[in-house]
Write a protein that binds this ligand. Structure first.
Ligand code: ZN
Ligand code: ZN
Length: 418
């Protein structure tokens, strides 16, 4: 047990880091362009935040949370998503005081106790943005475009965007009634989850994986036909903004998403080759959340993207950058007298911003040269008995094998200049 990471978790090894950095750098670049600032919230929160912010009766809260009592008997939960926590931080620190709109992004680990499978771990990483304070559909469009840009700038192709409106507390109850009327006589053919959600969350019957293939599904009433005037004009506004940029999308009436706090816009970006776990980013508007966690009625919109799935998609398109970490200089030392001068030389090189490596095992010169070759160092510096005595060093260019003697005092500058 002690020699294995817990089920559903994974070490990210040095050889994989180039991919993670590539994604993270792209996130920071894009977020800066759109004016989103980073926020880092705790990995755990009081359980109540998620019960209120995500909602009881959702899979996440009922089945998937890592919840435990701490030593002070408080119920603590490892965050299963980060929107509720960002909303909590927004209120706690009165971020609304500075401006009517607050734009935030985050990158971090989330935790859900689920059956692990490819692209779905128990500890997984998300990048997300939240724009809190405005209800303008231009902001919904901006958030969607940001998500698409993030994925496209990484090089991903063949992404699909689906949008829908899930209405608001004014028009949704009426739609829920229509859904119940539609599904009531079909429940016998549906899964047990659907049966138990029928009364409280009839929208979830629309995106049930087990029942999605059933013939009657395509006749289910559509939210679009039940939207109130406010939701309808918001949805039309969103589509207009997306059209103005030529963003391709499909209106998917069965896109309802799993979380309770969504209002109006819902969207999902898929990379279809990933199969069952093809959703790489999803989000929408959640005008009810801030109030739900104890604030004033505040509109907000955002999304989250699964970084592991993005990396999986990148590797399928051969877009992951290669790990490239070969030293600029390898210092070869011969004889004990060279140890301290070589140690000082290494430090001087590094201080000057040069990546310098050496041997620590006291190997022969031949073995050290082999090592320098193996790590693909551009230059080798050789410090032997004579060099120490004369305060010089042999500089060898590994590409053309040219070698010259350089004064020890000049070598850092010389390398810096080439
Ligand atoms: Zn409405
Ligand atoms: Zn079902």
């Amino acid at each position: 047990m002690a020699t294995k990471a817990p089920r559903g978790t994974k070490d990210i090894l040095p050889e994989e880091i180039a991919g993670w950095e590539y994604v993270e750098e792209n996130i920071r670049k894009i977020c800066r362009l759109y004016g989103y600032e980073e926020i880092r919230t705790p990995v755990f929160e009081y359980t109540e935040l998620f019960q209120r912010g995500i909602g009881e009766g959702t899979d996440v809260v009922d089945k998937e949370m890592y919840t435990f009592l701490d030593k002070g008997n408080r119920s603590i939960t490892l965050r299963p998503e980060n929107t509720a926590a960002v909303a909590r931080a927004y209120l706690e620190h009165k971020l609304y005081a500075d401006a009517s709109l607050t734009k935030l992004f985050y990158i971090g680990s989330m935790f859900r106790h689920d059956r692990p499978q490819a692209g779905r771990m128990r500890e997984f990483h998300q990048f997300g943005v939240e724009a809190i304070g405005e209800s303008n559909p231009a902001l919904d469009a901006e958030v969607i475009v940001l998500a698409m840009r993030f994925l496209e700038e990484l090089g991903l192709k063949d992404l699909t965007l689906a949008i829908n409106s899930v209405g608001c507390p004014k028009c949704r109850p009426n739609y829920q009634d229509k859904l119940r009327d539609f599904f009531r006589d079909k429940l016998g053919e549906m899964c047990s989850d659907c049966k138990s959600r029928f009364e409280t969350k009839p929208l979830r019957l629309l995106d049930c994986k087990a029942d999605s293939g059933k013939e009657f599904m395509k006749d289910a009433p559509k939210m679009e036909d039940s939207l109130c005037d406010d939701c309808r004009s918001h949805f039309e506004g969103l589509k207009g903004y997306l059209d103005s940029l030529g963003v391709k999308y499909e209106v998917d009436p069965r896109l309802v998403r799993g979380l309770d706090y969504y209002t109006k816009t819902a969207f999902e970006i898929k990379y279809p080759p990933l199969g069952a776990q093809s959703a790489v980013a999803g989000g929408g508007r959640y005008d009810g959340l801030i109030e739900e966690v104890g604030g004033m009625n505040t509109p907000a919109v955002g999304f989250a993207a699964g970084i592991e799935r993005v990396l999986l998609a990148l590797s399928m398109q051969n877009l992951l950058p290669e790990k490239k970490n070969n030293p600029d200089v390898f210092v070869v030392k011969i004889g004990d007298e060279a140890n301290v001068p070589a140690f000082k030389l290494l430090e001087n090189l590094r201080k000057a911003g040069i990546y310098a490596a050496t041997d620590y095992a006291g190997r022969s010169m031949k073995a050290q040269m082999k090592q320098a070759n193996k790590c693909d160092a551009k230059y080798v510096l050789i410090l032997g008995e004579d060099e120490v005595k004369n305060q010089t060093v042999q500089l060898k260019n590994m590409e053309n094998s040219e070698q010259e003697t350089v004064a020890l005092d000049d070598i850092v500058d010389k390398i810096k200049n080439i």
